[in-house]
Design a protein. Sequence first.
Length: 241
Amino acid sequence: MMICKSIFEKYKKRSKKGFTLVEMMVTIAIIAVASGATLSVFLMVHDIQRDASEITVQQYYTGQTERMIRNELQVSSGIDIKPADQLANGQPLADSAVVSDGYVKYDSGTARLTFYRCETAGRYTEAFSVDNVSEVQISVAPLNDTVSDKSGQNYKLFYEVTTAKYTYSGGFVLSNTEVLGRGDTCFQVAGSASTAHTLLWRSDANGGNTNNGSPNYGNSFALTYHRDKVAYNPTSSTTGP
């Protein structure tokens, strides 16, 4: 015991040559604790920065998607629901498209929501898309669908978009549409203009949706519209807006 004590006392003595063994051990211990704390803080800051970046990206896409929905649909006329494959370039419904026409479709395999716009007659181009969308629901109905005679009413539209990170929804009145009125061009393909119609798109990973009957439509259908403040007047009731 005395031998151990004398050895320890030996290493406690200060030396002009440098640190004692005890001082070095204490210094190493302090550095180890400080390093652990620094690493924890670094990881925490990294996580916060990563989460903030994800939130910023989500906010951007949310804002852009809502802006597209409002800019494209709120002032639209001639809204309808049509088979999505017939709207691809080179297909009959695309060939009859005029400038300011547009449509929204969903790819259940890639979980992508895409807006298309006709900038040149007879041809659509992609305007905007959102990835990682697990479900979209869009409902269009007469403004007051509780009355029997809905003639002359505008339509209202509600939407809800669910992605892997967030869900957002909204609604507005389609002020340039008219139910069963003069120049009415809505729902010429989907069915009755005076009833509600709903598109429900789900990704394959979310169960999909193969519904193809009025008033509820699944993944193989698209929402079409004429993106102009002037009432749309199609030349044929079979092709719609």
